[in-house]
Design a protein around this ligand. Structure first.
Ligand code: TMP
Ligand code: MG
Length: 291
């Protein structure tokens, strides 16, 4: 079977196209019942921008909502303006960024907990938000479901919000599993904390290793398609057992020229300023024999 023509799209960049071809052929030969998909959420399954305006992350959906006071909104915006430039700064190493990212998440979660957010208002907040999945999301989710291919969404965002986004989009199918930061509510349904170990963008490896049970269940699926937008997303598959092939697809949304080389060095396929799921979808169709 010939490779998907979408790999020649102008947004597609590869360090080693021959290697990509070999991985794809090997995965296709192994069959769709040997494949699992692991994807980041914010800015990977969701759009980075629409009509020139930035789209919200899970955190931003809450931050911009009417559940948050004006004073708190200012503080959350200050945090974003301080730490997001650090997140995407290629002049700093991951080691240098890591404690600062922990600081960002910790401070943001503390502020959110102070807001006495009610669980039963989250659906409304998502409905009224500008959350947007990438064009082609429907085919992506539906195709994986149709072929019973497990999709793990591994997000440093907020699990409750993320689930609501995909539920409202009608694609929260039973083959979808989520690892993320989940809210903990008191008996009256008010946010009191976040559950479990914090997941931030640079500790997905640790998060994966805490969930060995999930990967154990999927041990008959040693071929992995990984989708991310941050270099921290590259470790999401570190819990996969007996891995045979992994194809890493990275969305490079922001600071494209500065970060291009490091993305090309770490992702097999880099999608530059591509707001669609067209390339992942074409790959999925190829891997399932266009059925
Ligand atoms: P992801 O792992 O699903 O991509 O989620 C992480 C994103 O969330 C990361 O790009 C930074 C973003 N973020 C916010 O937008 N606001 C916040 O307060 C925090 C802590 C993270
Ligand atoms: Mg992301």
């Amino acid at each position: 079977m010939s490779l998907p023509p979408q790999l020649s799209n102008p947004t597609v960049h590869m360090r080693d196209p021959q290697r990509v071809k070999e991985i794809l052929q090997s995965m296709q030969k192994a069959g769709s019942n040997t494949i699992q998909v692991i994807s980041d959420f914010d800015m990977t399954l969701t759009r980075f921008a629409y009509n020139g305006k930035r789209c919200p992350t899970c955190h931003n959906i809450l931050d911009n909502s009417k559940l948050i006071t004006e004073e708190c909104k200012e503080k959350l915006k200050d945090l974003l303006n301080t730490y997001y430039p650090i997140e995407i700064d290629c002049a700093r190493s991951i080691e240098e960024k890591l404690p600062l990212m922990v600081e960002w998440w910790t401070k943001a979660h503390e502020l959110l907990v102070q807001q006495k957010i009610k669980k039963d208002l989250l659906a409304m907040v998502v409905r009224e938000s500008d959350a947007m999945l990438r064009d082609g999301y429907q085919l992506f989710f539906d195709h994986l479901h149709k072929h019973s291919i497990p999709l793990l969404i591994f997000s440093a965002g907020i699990g409750d919000i993320l689930e609501e986004v995909i539920r409202q989009a009608g694609v929260f199918h039973p083959n979808v599993k989520v690892f993320s930061n989940y809210m903990d509510f008191d008996e009256t349904g008010v946010l009191k904390a976040f559950k479990g170990e914090l997941i931030h963008i640079y500790n997905k490896r640790e998060g994966a290793l805490l969930n060995t049970g999930h990967f154990q269940e999927l041990r008959t699926r040693p071929n992995v398609l990984l989708l991310g937008d941050s270099l921290g997303d590259l470790t999401m598959a570190d819990g996969v057992q007996d891995m045979e092939n992994i194809l890493k697809i990275g969305f490079l949304n922001d600071k494209v020229e500065e970060r291009k080389q490091s993305y090309l060095n770490s992702y097999d396929i880099v999608l530059m300023k591509d707001e669609t799921m067209d390339v992942p979808n074409a790959i999925l169709l190829y891997l399932t024999g266009n059925k």
